[in-house]
Design a protein around this ligand. Structure first.
Ligand code: HEM
Length: 428
């Protein structure tokens, strides 16, 4: 039996109902999601040792509920906190960040970081990202086919963040390694020794940014770019300290590089597997923003839920959630909830997406939506301009997944045929 009702009235499920590591699930998650949505909108998952909530309504409600914290340290199974003397820059940046501070501190952090994400600052970053995206397509050139993962998805996101935070191009390789090590530290599926080594490897990156921040603080005006806005931001007479600024860079890397990698492959996969929708986008480019969100909803690339932890015994959706228990907010399933999205497996770039939670909901709503729109639309526009007849190779793109990825249903192969050579006029 894969579910049982406990005497306390809580429904329990296990990996037979929802197993985010199973290959079948990664290839085709919808059957599992539909079972969860129909029968277990909220249940205790014995293997994950946490609650799992899947319906759109409950996920939206929970993300807005300030009685639950995203801070991992509240989890009943979290390792004991490090002693103050043992903490390094990684620990200090993490503990000052969006997912670790109290609700009040989080609000302060969001207010102080707002100017750095404003339209004028982001607008100045556009040109740098355009250059990067065009450069990736230039490298593909007029090849007969290319792998969208290696040629685009693996190249654009970390470099886009590097350009956003103002890393000079000759330091991009250094920044890339910093990002790889940071992401490694946040994985739940590595051992303590490996995590400690990855953590130590991040320290030169933190040192580099500490120097950049100190240089900016020493200037009469810190500058009107991203870092300058973080250094210069004032709210009620308060400023961001060095670790808070480091925590923002840390958050951009952890929340904005893996997600944007999947953005590129999932956009291309969704549209190339629905040529009618791609044709519609070509005819009506004003649908671009809606199309990006709909493709993300349709593809639902997340494998693991987003986490929250109860800071006190709390009643939610008729269940008693005990202090310290974790809650997996299964927003990928919610994006396919038929109660919210009629015919959820149909891709429709004209779909009305009001109330969607593709970028979360409530206080922790995604801060990177501008960068998602810019990266997504630049990539798709350049792709459509260069390859008007493109298709997925063999109809499927010879698609493959990185089954062991810690967080996402990561597509790591998607072969696109450009059909450019057939187009070129034959010599007489
Ligand atoms: C396809 C791309 C993306 C998707 C689907 C996405 C989705 C999300 C979601 C669902 C959340 C809420 C998480 C929660 O409540 O626990 C979130 C938060 C966040 N995202 Fe994104 N994101 C994307 C790209 C980005 C990018 C490119 C950046 C940065 C450059 C970014 C930065 C952040 C940050 C910093 C947070 C935390 C905000 C806070 O806690 O206040 N995201 N994102």
């Amino acid at each position: 039996m894969s579910e049982r009702l406990t005497p306390a009235g809580r429904i329990e499920i296990d990996g037979r109902i929802f197993n985010p590591y199973s290959k079948d699930f990664i290839r085709n998650p919808d059957p599992s999601w539909q079972v969860l949505l129909r029968d277990y909108p909220i249940a205790w998952h014995k293997d994950l040792q946490m609650w799992l909530i899947s319906s759109h309504e409950l996920c939206d409600r929970l993300l807005k509920d300030t009685r639950f914290s995203p801070y991992f340290g509240h989890w009943e199974h979290a390792p004991p906190p490090k002693a103050e003397a043992d903490k390094n820059d990684f620990d200090r940046a993490y503990e000052r960040g969006f997912f670790a501070v109290t609700n009040r501190e989080h609000l302060r952090l969001r207010k102080l970081t707002m100017p750095a994400f404003s339209r004028p600052v982001m607008g100045r970053i556009d040109a740098k990202i355009r250059d990067l995206v065009v450069g990736c397509f230039d490298e593909i050139g007029d090849a007969d086919s290319f792998d969208a993962y290696t040629a685009l998805a693996a190249k654009i996101p970390v470099r886009a963040i590097a350009r956003m935070v103002g890393v000079p191009t000759d330091m991009e390789a250094f920044f890339h390694q910093f990002a790889v090590d940071i992401i490694k530290c946040t994985r739940i599926n590595i051992g303590p020794k490996e995590r400690e080594a990855a953590m130590r490897a991040t320290l030169p990156g933190f040192e580099y940014f500490k120097t950049v921040i100190a240089e900016r603080r020493a200037l009469p005006h810190p500058g009107d770019d991203f870092i300058g806005n973080l250094v210069g931001a004032v709210e009620n007479g308060e400023r961001l300290d060095d670790y808070e600024i480091l925590s923002v860079i840390f958050a951009l890397i952890t929340a904005g590089s893996d997600t944007a990698t999947d953005l590129h492959t999932y956009l291309l996969h969704a549209l190339l597997s629905h040529p009618d929708q791609l044709a519609l986008l070509r005819q009506q480019p004003e649908l671009m923003e809606n199309a990006i969100i709909e493709c993300l909803r349709w593809g639902s690339f997340g494998k693991m839920p987003f986490f929250r932890f109860a800071v006190a015994d709390t009643e939610f959706a008729g269940q008693l959630i005990r202090k310290g228990q974790g809650i997996g907010v299964n927003i990928s399933a919610a994006w396919h909830d038929p109660a919210k999205w009629p015919d959820p497996t149909r891709l429709d770039i004209t779909r009305r997406l009001d109330g969607n939670i593709v970028f979360g909901s409530g206080a922790h709503f995604c801060i990177g939506t501008y960068l998602v729109r810019v990266q997504g639309s630049l990539m798709l526009n350049e792709f459509m301009r260069r390859y008007p007849d493109a298709t997925l190779a063999d109809g499927t793109g010879d698609i493959d997944y990185e089954y062991t990825h810690h967080n996402a249903r990561r597509i790591n192969r998607l072969i696109v045929r450009t059909h450019l050579r057939q187009r070129q006029p034959r010599a007489a």
